[in-house]
Each structure stands twice: as C-alpha cells, then as structure tokens.
Ligand binder design. Structure first.
Ligand SMILES: Nc1ncnc2c1ncn2[C@@H]1O[C@H](COP(=O)(O)OP(=O)(O)OP(=O)(O)O)[C@@H](O)[C@H]1O
Ligand SMILES: O=C(O)[C@H](O)[C@@H](O)[C@H](O)[C@H](O)CO
Length: 170
C-alpha cells in the first residue's frame, strides 16, 4: 500500500507521516526532498510554484511510487498534492491511498510561525490555500488533534490496528 499524506505546507505531513510509517512498519519519504534546487530557492524566496515548476517534481514522485510498487513495498509519502490534476499524475491508476490533513489557515499559520529550519516561506500559506483543491475521495483527518491521535485515526480509516505492525482483518 502506498499512502500519500497531502495538504498545504504546515499541515503536518512530515510530522504525521514519520509517525504513521513507524506504526505501519514501512518506509517514509518526503516530497520536499524531490524538489529541484530552483524550486526550493523559489519557495525560500516566497514565490509560489507554478504548474510548470511542479510538473517534473510530480513526475519524479510518480516514478518513485512505481519503483516502490515494483518492489512490493509499502510506503508513506508526504506530498502536498494540492490539485486534483497533481493527484492524477501521482496515481493515474488509482493505486494510491490519499490521506488529507485538513485544518484551518489560522491554526496552520500558528504552527508555521513556530517552525524553524525549513526552507518553506510561511508567507506562501495563502497561496497554498488558494491552490488547494480539497479531495472529495480521500481519507480526511482533522489536524487540530495531537499527532498520536491523528495517526490512530488514520490507521483506523485504513483498516489497520492501532498497534501498527499487524495488519487488520479485512
Ligand atoms: N498535530 C499537531 N499538533 C501540534 N503541532 C503539530 C502537529 N502537526 C504538526 N505540528 C507542527 O507544525 C509544524 C508543521 O508541521 P510539518 O513540518 O510536519 O508540516 P508539513 O506539512 O510537512 O510542512 P511542509 O509541507 O512545509 O514541509 C511543525 O513545527 C510541527 O512540529
Ligand atoms: O506544491 C507545493 O507548493 C510544494 O510542494 C510545497 O507544498 C512544498 O513542497 C512543501 O509543502 C513545503 O515544504
């Protein structure tokens, strides 16, 4: 199973994804590290990425998903996947479970204000929300809760036990 944790910058993709992968006993990857340097520099400078900027990044992520599938690996991927068209590039065959980390702009702005050491400029949060097309068909979780509670809610929605490593009955 490939799980993509999606949502705007600061919604908790890295935080929740790391915990979720540990509870599932699988690997974790962060789409942040797939961006070409030019994209990173734009975001650092507070310039929103365009569709053209995101296209090669999404293609590289799709390739990574296909590689994990070919190896039979479960994997959690943190990726903003803001638009429907981006999600279609990531999962053209519906072979990915999307989990949407949903929260208010106020809450996420507060969290970003408290975060240090990340290239993403918090001033881009408005543009992230403007670009976001909320998924109708994703597992959707409320990010106001503590990380452990969010992970437990995701595991339940995925049909996995809260303990993680064991797979729930179908
Ligand atoms: N459920 C939570 N409760 C409290 N704080 C949280 C929660 N989830 C994340 N945070 C904090 O919010 C900030 C943003 O989280 P995180 O870096 O995981 O978001 P992200 O979606 O990966 O961001 P980006 O897309 O910019 O990489 C971090 O400082 C993190 O510690
Ligand atoms: O689509 C985008 O605008 C980008 O992916 C951003 O969301 C960042 O990669 C990330 O979320 C910030 O760290």
């Amino acid at each position: 199973m490939i799980v993509v944790l999606m949502g705007v910058s600061g919604s908790g993709k890295t935080t929740i994804g790391t915990l979720l992968a540990a509870r599932l006993g699988c690997g974790f990857s962060d789409a942040d590290s797939f961006h070409p340097p030019a994209n990173v520099e734009k975001m650092r400078a507070g310039i929103a990425l365009s569709d053209d900027d995101r296209r090669p990044w999404l293609a590289a992520l799709r390739q990574a998903i296909e590689d994990w599938e070919a190896q039979g690996l479960d994997q959690v991927l943190a990726c903003s996947a803001l638009k429907r068209a981006y999600r279609d590039i990531l999962a053209p065959h519906g072979d990915v479970v999307f989990v949407y980390l949903k929260g208010s702009a106020d809450l996420i702005a507060r969290r970003l204000a408290g975060r240090t050491g990340h290239y993403m400029n918090p001033a881009l949060l408005d543009s992230q929300f403007a670009t976001l097309e909320e998924p109708a068909d994703a597992v959707t979780v409320d990010i106001a809760k503590p990380p452990d509670a969010i992970v437990t809610a995701i595991l339940a929605a995925l049909g996995r036990t809260p303990q993680g490593l064991s797979h729930a009955a179908t």
